[in-house]
Design a protein around this ligand. Structure first.
Ligand SMILES: Cc1cc2nc3c(=O)[nH]c(=O)nc-3n(C[C@H](O)[C@H](O)[C@H](O)COP(=O)(O)O)c2cc1C
Length: 174
């Protein structure tokens, strides 16, 4: 069977080249709303989502992440929007809940013609003093941990090749 959702799931790709121009507010809100509709453990809606479009703050995030990665390159690939997802440190489903929010947002982004890529290391970034200061500025509780982030924007290049799915990815037991 096939439909628009299935097609979007199949065709979404991680994009690592972005145009500098910013996405519009309607596009951003569509992606964020899609994140909020993710299933969550016990229906707690535990994750917090922070979308950063302020250039100075984005640059700070780029530096913080690059430092942890041990590179000078921008781990967010120059995307004009960086969306970070957090969860409560003590909540046993924090990574699962946050990951699903990220998955929803990447899929929604693709479905409206935006490019995205999951970016790692936000757990360590927000354990630093700089990171904790940002959490305060953003009005988040102190007991949150970074789950992950997405780079978001308009693609300036698409991947040429797509890995086929591994042969034994799933099995059906009847
Ligand atoms: C948990 C997770 C962490 C990832 N971290 C990064 C990252 O730090 N940088 C990056 O460029 N891509 C990252 N990716 C993207 C993967 O490399 C990408 O999903 C994978 O190569 C498959 O490509 P596709 O998304 O186009 O299907 C991450 C993906 C996941 C699910």
């Amino acid at each position: 069977m096939d439909n628009e959702v299935i097609k979007a799931i199949r065709e979404r790709r991680s994009i690592r080249r972005f145009k500098p121009e910013q996405i519009n507010d309607e596009e951003l809100k569509t992606v964020l709303e899609a994140g909020t509709w993710a299933a969550s453990g016990k229906g707690k809606q535990d994750p917090w989502i922070v979308a950063v479009q302020n250039k100075e703050t984005c640059d700070m995030l780029r530096k913080m992440n690059a430092k942890l990665m041990g590179t000078e390159a921008d781990p967010y690939y120059g995307a004009p929007t960086i969306i970070i997802v957090f969860g409560t440190a003590e909540w046993g489903n924090n990574v699962k809940d946050g990951s699903l929010v990220i998955g929803n947002m990447m899929l929604a982004a693709h479905s409206i013609g935006l490019a995205s890529c999951w970016i790692n290391r936000e757990d360590a970034m927000f354990e630093t003093e700089e990171g904790k200061q940002l959490l305060k500025e953003w009005g988040l509780p102190d007991d949150v941990v970074g789950i992950g982030a997405i780079s978001l924007g308009y693609a300036s290049a698409h991947p040429h090749t797509v890995k086929p799915r591994k042969e034994d990815y799933y099995r059906i037991i009847k």
